[in-house]
Design a protein around this ligand. Structure first.
Ligand code: MBD
Ligand code: FE
Length: 306
């Protein structure tokens, strides 16, 4: 069948059958997706057994709640970011902290504090390195933003996230920090390890077929928001990680790999009430002001809440 014949046929199924006003946006998207799928079946001569294997794969991935993990693994979440960057550039926005993907592991409702928070519950203190991270949230003109909200979440030493990993305490490694009068935030936590897709899960099963790994470099996620400003979704990577530029989710970006300094000065260690050297990361965020010519920065998607 030619692509033209496929287009006609799919339109006869999806559009010409309507007896009531359709939602035009949904109609256009479904028409396009179904015809593109039919063209793929035709061009690649996909056999019925292969088709049903694929349908079953998606059914199982959905049941296992892995579609949100498959999406970054296939590059689709990165693609949405590339398009958001292009839209901001067209609107004249430049110089802000780069965005990168949210991923599937945010949980709303983390404890909130002003200026400072400790993220970890101490359960891994015997093995973990202590990390302090601090900085200022600025507006596009370089003015510190007091009262901005820095939502932060990251994995533990196993590369796992609380809530999804039921063995961790409530909101471990998740906090919401409001910047102080000088626009500053600081947290104490543990140095995270990189995440790996669950072995045997839907996502890793497909990655295996593609000859790919499912590893992420160690990273820390952020939502940074302030009244009158575009919400920023981003992450920083821990420099030196072996997967730094080999992320299965394609989220590493220049500008999001701050220096990690090791603090071993005894006076500095004592001042933090610690007995071991710790690591420190300085990282500032720069937000864009609200902008009517750029698409909404607030992304609506179903998220867990606890
Ligand atoms: C993660 O921690 C993550 O950030 C993404 C994007 C996918 C899987 C696990
Ligand atoms: Fe993550």
């Amino acid at each position: 069948m030619t692509h033209n014949e496929i287009d006609q046929l799919v339109k006869s199924w999806i559009v010409d059958t309507a007896t009531r006003p359709a939602n035009p946006r949904v109609q256009a998207i479904v028409l396009r997706l179904v015809s593109d799928l039919c063209k793929t079946i035709e061009d690649l001569d996909i056999q019925p057994s292969e088709f049903w294997t694929g349908l079953d794969y998606l059914t199982n991935a959905g049941k296992a709640n892995e579609l949100g993990l498959l999406t970054p693994g296939l590059g689709l979440e990165r693609f949405l970011d590339i398009r958001a960057d292009e839209a901001e550039a067209r609107a004249g926005l430049q110089g802000g902290t780069p965005r990168t993907i949210e991923g599937p592991l945010y949980v709303a409702g983390a404890p909130e504090s002003t200026g400072y928070a400790r993220l970890d519950d101490g359960s891994e203190s015997a093995q973990a390195e202590v990390l302090f991270m601090q900085g200022t949230v600025y507006d596009a003109e370089g003015k510190p933003l007091s009262g901005a909200k820095v939502e932060v979440w990251h994995a533990n030493l196993m590369g796992n996230y609380s809530f999804f990993d039921q063995s961790q305490s409530h909101f471990n490694l998740r906090r919401s920090i409001v910047t102080d009068a000088d626009g500053r935030y600081q947290f104490r936590s543990i140095m995270p390890k990189g995440y790996g897709c669950p072995p045997g899960g839907s996502t890793q099963t497909l990655l295996d077929q593609l000859g790919r790994h499912g590893q992420r470099p160690a990273h820390i996620h952020f939502f940074v928001s302030a009244d009158g400003h575009r919400k920023l979704t981003t992450q920083i990577n821990i420099d030196g990680d072996e997967y730094l530029w080999d992320d299965f989710a394609f989220a590493s970006r220049e500008g999001l790999i701050p220096a990690v300094s090791k603090v071993d000065d005894p006076a500095a260690i004592a001042q933090k009430d610690l007995r071991q050297p710790y690591s420190s990361i300085d990282f500032d965020f720069r937000l864009y002001g609200e902008n009517q010519s750029a698409p909404a920065a607030e992304v609506e998607r179903p998220r867990a809440a606890a």
